[in-house]
Design a protein around this ligand. Structure first.
Ligand SMILES: Cc1cc2nc3c(=O)[nH]c(=O)nc-3n(C[C@H](O)[C@H](O)[C@H](O)COP(=O)(O)OP(=O)(O)OC[C@H]3O[C@@H](n4cnc5c(N)ncnc54)[C@H](O)[C@@H]3O)c2cc1C
Length: 403
């Protein structure tokens, strides 16, 4: 059997390697249009490659995918982050789990992941053709495929794996073979906020915030928040961008947003902390020191100025009414998102081949037999943290046919 894998990224390599491992007698060819193999792997995670996430329970793992979580449940029972880690570690790439459960090579070098895949493909004898743009893919009545290169050469295969990521041409190939494409739009980005006083706090972070957008359905995201020189970033924001990718796209990336600055503190605890400050810091000015260990002093001063409350100068002069006002603003602080900005460590496209047109047991098309689709070409994407590569590894392994 001859197998052609279109796309030399994470999912394409994994599919090729797993197919060749399961069927050593077959001819497996990776066709890559660019000169660079595994280019996203090499730049991923800020050059460290966040290869997966240490979440080993399939039901929980699925909850990190705004699109595709349900479809991935079965596949995760067969190839999950534990398998990914074992796969790379058994091939000489030690991995580490960081405090937030993201998994990286111990070397902090994404090249180690790319080289591992390249070496494995080489050892197995997989043929790799780079700088090989494809003009057309068609299926014969007998179910074989003909892949026409722009050079005019044609190559036939019995099984075709489409692993073209978010590339529009890949979507066009899938559409030509009968598939519906959900229009692609960006996911995983940061928010612009037009407020120069906020921008001056760039670099400050808060560990536990809850972000709510005034659009969409599942609209609360929690986690750390980072202030940047254009607005807000950090896991809570990036997660919100993923879950609300479509709604944010539809509103032109302009919408109201509220922040709960102390998401790990119930309201009575917030009020109690303010009351303690009133009794312990009676003569201190209230703008100079934050009473909350999570809120840096400069952020506290900015927030008080921003809210414009008629507050007294010193802590000892605060009344119960002031406590209510502060507690309200700390837990419902309103901003206006005015645009998006890329998140340099990771970004993905949501949209792609409609998931109900694929068998998630094998990744074979329900519409076009012998066509398999893996990775980001599908309408599936995760939040930041290693989930996007995990989807590529899992679907690639399944398409390879030995799980
Ligand atoms: C800057 C950045 C950092 C990231 N960091 C992380 C991270 O740390 N952790 C994580 O989980 N995810 C990360 N991601 C997301 C992750 O890279 C993708 O989810 C993953 O690469 C998808 O794998 P894929 O193989 O499906 O697609 P891709 O990696 O995009 O590979 C597709 C390949 O197909 C080729 N191709 C496309 N069209 C054709 C064609 N017509 N003919 C032939 N070849 C074609 C492309 O050139 C490419 O090589 C990051 C993304 C970016 C952009």
């Amino acid at each position: 059997m001859t197998v052609i894998v279109v796309g030399g990224g994470a999912a394409g390599f994994f599919a090729a390697i797993h197919h060749q491992t399961a069927h050593p007698g077959d001819t497996v060819i990776i066709i890559e249009k660019s000169a660079n193999l595994l280019s996203k792997v090499k730049i991923s995670g800020g050059g460290r490659c966040n290869v997966t996430h240490a979440c080993f329970t399939p039901n929980e793992l699925c909850t990190f995918y705004p699109r595709g979580g349900k479809a991935l449940l079965g596949p995760f029972h067969r190839f999950q982050p534990r398998d990914t880690m074992a796969w790379f570690e058994s091939r000489g790439v030690p991995l580490k789990i960081e405090a937030d459960n993201r998994v990286f090579p111990v070397s902090n070098n994404a090249d180690d992941i790319a080289n591992c895949l390249l070496n494995e493909a080489k050892t197995l004898g997989i043929r790799i053709w780079t700088q090989c743009p494809i003009q057309r893919i068609q299926q014969s009545k007998a179910g074989h495929f003909e892949v026409l290169l722009t050079t005019g050469a044609t190559h036939a295969c019995d099984k075709l794996v489409l692993a073209t990521g978010s590339n529009r041409q890949g979507h066009a190939f899938a559409a030509a073979l009968g598939h519906a494409i959900v229009p692609p739009i960006p996911s995983l980005f940061t928010f612009k906020i037009a407020d120069t006083a906020l921008h001056r706090l760039s670099g400050l972070s808060v560990q536990h915030v809850a972000v709510r957008l005034g659009i969409g359905k599942k609209n609360q995201s929690t986690g750390p928040l980072l202030i940047t020189h254009w607005g807000f970033s950090g896991p809570a924001i990036i997660k919100a961008s993923a879950w609300q990718a479509q709604a944010l796209h539809d509103c032109g990336y302009c919408c109201p947003m509220t922040i709960h600055w102390l998401a790990n503190m119930p309201c009575p605890a917030i009020e109690a902390t303010l009351k303690t400050a009133i009794s312990d810091r009676q003569h201190q000015t209230m703008r100079s020191h934050s009473p909350f260990s999570d809120l840096p002093n400069r952020l506290w001063a900015y927030l008080l100025a921003r809210w414009g409350l008629a507050l007294p100068e010193r802590w000892g002069q605060l009344t119960q009414k002031h406590i209510h006002q502060l507690s309200h603003h700390l837990t419902n602080d309103s901003y206006q998102v005015t645009g998006k900005s890329p998140f340099k460590d990771e970004f993905v496209t949501c949209g792609g081949v409609a998931l109900d047109e694929v068998h998630f047991t094998t990744m074979e098309s329900r519409i076009c037999p012998n066509l398999y689709m893996v990775g980001e070409v599908l309408n599936m994407d995760g939040v930041t943290g290693g989930f996007n590569f995990q989807a590529a590894w899992t679907t690639g392994a399944l398409a390879g046919g030995n799980y």
